[in-house]
Design a protein around this ligand. Structure first.
Ligand code: ATP
Length: 213
């Protein structure tokens, strides 16, 4: 088994969770091998890209055989740190935050939301999914051992909350607010703006229709 390298290109790294999820399903179905064509159809990435991605993992598919599912899974587990569960905090238990608390992430990967915070006294103390909502004032004292956070507060308070998160040592933020947040260089932010994504989808549907042959 090749050791996971640090130098996988970012574009490849982004596809890892996608590959991982699909291969995990295959594994549970008892499948031992998969062709790049099958993979390609399932994850919607062209097979040349898959072959190039996998070559970074030391997984060279064999003609007529494809890829060994368990080898790849073992590699992904190491690379994606799946041996170690990652605890995540959620800030803002509105509609979106509540949905995330009900969503069982552990089914597909090893991240789980273990703490949730909100400023609304009506929500504090409520159990949603597996988590009891805590008051936002306790963020600083309570978030000492968690490195990743999901931000589902209104955009107007996103930066203030981000600053508090940075202060307690959060190193990664999944930002679902429309606000562009500023963080120090050692903190990673991934931004998912659902309304922008939707608008962009509609724009592309209109202006770049897919010609099905
Ligand atoms: P969404 O669907 O975007 O989650 P929503 O309409 O349910 O939104 P928002 O007004 O976006 O509600 O607020 C999301 C959550 O963030 C609410 O539960 C709100 O109480 C909480 N919130 C607002 N301000 C703060 C704050 N300063 N600190 C912590 N939580 C906050």
């Amino acid at each position: 088994m090749m050791e996971p390298q640090n130098k996988i290109p970012q574009a490849t790294a982004k596809r890892l969770p996608l590959y991982y999820r699909f291969l995990n399903n295959l594994h549970f179905q008892g499948k031992m091998r998969v062709s790049s064509k099958e993979l390609s159809e399932a994850v919607k990435v062209d097979s040349a890209t898959i072959r190039r991605d996998f070559s970074y993992f030391g997984a060279l598919g064999r003609k007529g055989y494809g890829y060994n599912v368990d080898y790849l899974l073992e590699f992904f587990r190491k690379t994606l740190n799946q041996d170690k569960a990652t605890d995540v905090a959620l800030i803002g238990v509105g509609n979106l935050g509540t949905a995330f608390l009900h969503y069982n992430f552990t089914k597909n990967n090893n991240t789980r939301i273990v703490k949730a915070f909100d400023s609304n006294p009506d929500l504090v103390g409520k159990q949603i999914g597996e988590v009891t909502v805590k008051p936002i004032d306790e963020l600083a004292s309570d978030l000492t051992d968690i490195e990743a956070a999901i931000l589902t507060v209104p955009g107007s308070v996103a930066q203030t909350i981000t600053d508090s998160l940075v202060k307690v040592g959060i190193k990664g933020i999944l930002n679902f607010t429309p606000a562009r947040i500023t963080v120090p260089a050692d903190v990673r932010v991934h931004h998912i703006d659902l309304s922008v994504e939707l608008q962009s989808l509609v724009y592309f549907m209109e202006h770049y229709p897919i010609n099905k042959k």
